[in-house]
Design a protein around this ligand. Structure first.
Ligand SMILES: Cc1cc2nc3c(=O)[nH]c(=O)nc-3n(C[C@H](O)[C@H](O)[C@H](O)COP(=O)(O)O)c2cc1C
Length: 328
């Protein structure tokens, strides 16, 4: 079946063709994965795995994932494939596609200049595909600010001071090209000041002359870092004799065990945004992700305030067919 073209909902210039899609994860790593996700009639959009400018050196002895009955746990960094690979694949997928289904390219760096270069490269491909000339667009960008697994690079989204210079680069790109739909991937927050801290940073980007904030969407949430499962819970032999599911023990947790936290994050951001004094802030959308694996989970995310709903763990467990079960 080929992708549907009917528009389910929009986030700024992106037109999603259904309520659910995948989030950035290893099951959206390469052209084969992305083609299967794009061609599924049950995905309303596609997100790539997070790309860095030059690729991430993946070591299979260290970078792994595990599934337990209630969760997934992973200690990956980012995609081994660099951004130029994703740009080639996205170009291939969209060049002859008849659907408006969008692809969100997930990128990351802690260097503002590198993010600027990555956005320029994406904008080049958007122009090539005629994506910057109309009122709708098929390529969006998500800046992943929340990977908990890299010891030397703490997620900037836990520190608004560190986040702000990265957000300012995103804002500059949107000031230059208002057709660009940009969002940020946030971690699970647990106390109120974390939510207001990140919203204050986003609100500071607002120019009085603009009707919209440069940030069009928040993707909530990434995995919860620093979690441990026993190897027995993951149904595997102890790694390196430690008895934990992952080498070194710690990883980012997702799946059902994260669902209540992610729902709480979506609900709290939705409430804060709906009551925000700025018209532009009230237009920011939320993509809900965390522990969703069926239609009931999708409905809960919508009820909490999500415009679109994503999953990673359920995709990893069940494959692309899971999106059929998630239709509402
Ligand atoms: C194995 C694995 C790898 C992931 N890699 C990324 C990534 O590269 N970038 C990112 O933004 N999120 C990544 N995530 C987080 C997911 O996109 C998602 O936010 C999180 O897992 C919660 O959703 P879920 O409960 O449906 O898995 C990863 C999750 C898993 C399970």
């Amino acid at each position: 079946m080929s992708p549907s073209s009917a528009v389910y909902t929009t986030i700024h210039t992106l037109e999603f063709t259904g309520p659910v899609m995948n989030s950035a994860c290893p099951w959206a790593s390469n052209l084969e994965d992305l083609t299967a996700l794009y061609n599924s009639p049950y995905t309303g959009g596609v997100t790539t795995r997070t790309a860095t400018a030059e690729g991430f050196k993946e070591d299979p002895a260290i970078h792994q994932h595990a599934f337990t009955a209630i969760a997934s746990l992973n200690c990956y960094g980012y995609s081994p494939f660099p951004l130029p690979d994703y740009l080639g694949w996205v170009h291939t997928l969209l060049e002859h596609a008849s659907s408006r289904k969008p692809i969100i390219i997930s990128i990351t760096s802690d260097l503002p200049s590198e993010i600027e270069g990555m956005i320029m490269a994406i904008q080049y491909v958007r122009r090539e595909l005629g994506d910057t000339s109309g009122i709708t667009s098929r390529i969006g960008i998500e800046l992943n600010t929340s990977c908990p697994n890299i010891a030397s690079k703490p997620p900037p989204s836990y520190d608004p001071q560190a986040l702000l210079p990265l957000l300012q680069v995103l804002a500059k790109a949107v000031y230059k090209d208002p057709t660009l739909t940009l969002g940020i991937k946030l971690p699970p927050y647990v106390i109120p000041s974390q939510f207001t801290g990140v919203l204050d940073a986003i609100a500071s980007l607002q120019r009085p002359e603009d009707a919209r904030n440069p940030i069009s969407f928040l993707t909530c949430t990434n995995t919860l870092g620093g979690c441990i499962f026993g190897s027995d819970e993951a149904g595997k032999e102890g790694v390196q004799g430690e008895g934990w599911a992952l080498p070194g023990g710690y990883g980012g947790m997702a799946g059902s065990a994260l669902h209540a936290v992610s729902l709480g994050n979506v609900h709290r951001f939705a409430t804060l945004l709906a009551n925000h004094p700025s018209d532009a802030m009230r237009k920011i959308s939320i993509i809900g992700v965390g522990g969703v694996e069926d239609a009931a989970g999708v409905k809960r995310m919508h009820k909490a305030g999500a415009t679109m709903v994503e999953c990673a763990t359920a995709l990893g467990r069940h494959g692309v067919d899971v999106f059929e079960k998630m239709q509402t």
